[in-house]
Design a protein around this ligand. Structure first.
Ligand code: T3D
Length: 264
């Protein structure tokens, strides 16, 4: 029987989701897309789930599209990649960004093509020192997708976005952290421990407030200051009505640890 393309484990207050096609460096085929989208939807539907930890099995994180599904015979009709982007990659990025909880990505090895950009679309990206980020698209005549042309200039700046895109050279985890592409580069042997510790912390966090903060940050790069201030007003109004806000203030005044409920 085929291995499951995505492994899902429920942990205390979070989901561990592992891309699981290691012999192909966890590159995406249709089955892996569908399984990942379903796992994220299940995490969202479960109110006890307060963050998601995404990683890859084996020595890589994800090598983007499985190119063995794209081999064309001479003179064959080319595939409509606009359709696959619309059907699979773009909805996945939107789902990760809209998930009402933090998504932690532990990049355990090479993240290439759409695999790099899916990692960059997560909220907290940790990478092992031996990992790298490779906008591989130019090597095969494509452009960065899965949000690459959106995230790269915003995270790393125009010059680095253009270098990564046009030269298609790998960027080490350490460089990625220095450039502000990711949150942190850590030694390989502590990567998963650190990622799990962050999720354990999120499992006790005021999740609704974090989701609203994520919503505000998602909007900030396209909003004007006036629009963003208006959005902050509206989202803060919503945050101020949560039980966790009331509990947070009480706990502060009583000098004790807050007992946050999370998603509500
Ligand atoms: O098509 C659409 O729908 C449009 C959307 C496109 C999105 C995209 O992501 S396009 C970009 C696709 N990805 C790539 O171009 C990256 C291809 N992979 C590589 O360049 C290299 O594998 C890496 C630089 C990532 C890693 O190199 P290395 O030397 O560490 O590993 P390797 O030996 O190349 O790969 C290990 C195995 O995984 C190997 O198989 P084998 O020889 O052991 O049987 C290799 O063929 C396989 N593999 C790696 N990446 C892919 C792949 N097989 C299929 N598709 C891949 N993307």
């Amino acid at each position: 029987m085929d291995e499951k393309p995505v492994l899902v484990e429920s942990r205390q207050g979070y989901r561990l989701i592992t891309l699981n096609r290691p012999s192909r460096l966890n590159s995406f085929n249709e089955a892996m897309h569908l399984a990942l989208r379903a796992a994220l939807a299940e995490a969202e539907a479960d109110n006890s789930c307060r963050s998601v930890l995404l990683t890859g099995s084996g020595r890589g994180f994800c090598a983007g599209q499985d190119l063995s599904d794209r081999v064309m015979g001479e003179g064959a009709e080319p595939p409509d990649l606009g359709r696959t982007i619309e059907a699979f990659y773009s909805p996945l990025v939107k789902q990760l960004r809209a998930l009402p909880m933090p998504v932690v990505c532990a990049v355990n090895g090479v993240a290439a093509g759409a695999g790099a950009n899916i990692a960059l679309s997560c909220d907290i990206v940790l990478a092992g020192r031996s990992a790298s980020f490779l906008e591989a698209f130019a090597r095969i005549g494509l452009i960065p997708d899965a949000g690459g042309t959106y995230f790269l200039p915003r995270l790393a700046g125009e010059a680095r976005a253009r270098g990564m895109t046009l030269l298609a050279e790998p960027v080490t985890a350490e460089m990625a952290a220095n450039w502000g592409l990711i949150w942190k580069c850590v030694d390989d042997q502590v990567l998963m421990g650190e990622a799990h510790a962050i999720c354990a912390r999120f499992a006790e966090a005021p999740t609704k407030g974090l989701a609203l903060a994520k919503q505000a940050l998602n909007a900030s790069s396209t909003n004007t200051l006036d629009e963003q201030l208006a959005l902050e007003r509206d989202l803060q109004r919503e945050a101020g009505r949560t039980e966790d806000y009331a509990e947070g203030v009480r706990a502060f005044m009583e000098k004790r640890k807050a007992n946050f409920k999370g998603r509500t």
